[in-house]
Design a protein around this ligand. Structure first.
Ligand SMILES: [Zn+2]
Length: 186
């Protein structure tokens, strides 16, 4: 696995979506309960891997640690914990040409790194890149009252409000609609 530091948007998006598969965000229902679910989640995110049953617990562990990082709001604390995560899978840092032929910093995983360690590298680099480019104020709680998710806002305007915009945004809309209707009727 390799991650370009300037391509932090993809890696930070992966970190956000991985964290929000946790049972705590889904009223107890883990969205990565087995190897099949993990396999399709990884392929949706362009991670080339064939998870085995023993990987599952380790991946859940990295997910919890990433959640702890996304719950932080202090730049130094975020940077330090994300560096620890990235270090788990890190092999080398070097320069590699991007799509346009410009040299970019690249982190590559150790040859012997297991899946969980490689995901720790991917998530950790995503967090570090977003922190450097956008700042700690882009680490936020989901605005939906009924959701305990968190996210890194990597959008250009920086006005993202929900951890899963399609879902949490709509839940909030539904709640607001019901409240208005109750107010009219009451
Ligand atoms: Zn949410």
């Amino acid at each position: 696995m390799q991650v370009l530091f300037d391509d932090y948007g993809r890696a930070a998006g992966f970190a956000t979506e991985m964290v929000n598969t946790a049972p705590g965000v889904w009223h107890g229902e883990d969205q990565l309960p087995d190897v099949a679910a993990l396999t399709s989640f990884l392929s949706e995110h362009g991670v080339d891997a064939a998870p085995e049953p023993p990987d599952l617990d380790a991946v859940h562990g990295v997910r919890s640690e990433l959640r702890a990082v996304l719950d932080l709001r202090d730049a130094e604390a975020i940077g330090s914990r994300a560096s620890d995560l990235a270090a788990r899978g890190l092999g080398t840092v070097d320069l590699a040409p991007d799509d346009r032929g410009h040299l970019q910093w690249r982190a590559r995983s150790r040859a012997d790194a297991g899946l969980a360690d490689r995901l720790a590298l991917l998530g950790g680099v995503g967090v570090l890149g977003a922190l450097r480019a956008l700042g700690p104020e882009r680490f936020r709680d989901c605005a939906s009252d009924t959701c305990s998710g968190v996210f890194i806002d990597t959008t250009r305007p920086g006005r993202r409000r929900y951890c899963m915009p399609d879902l949490c945004g709509n839940r909030a809309n539904v709640a607001a609609y019901r409240a208005r209707r109750r107010a009219r009727q009451g």
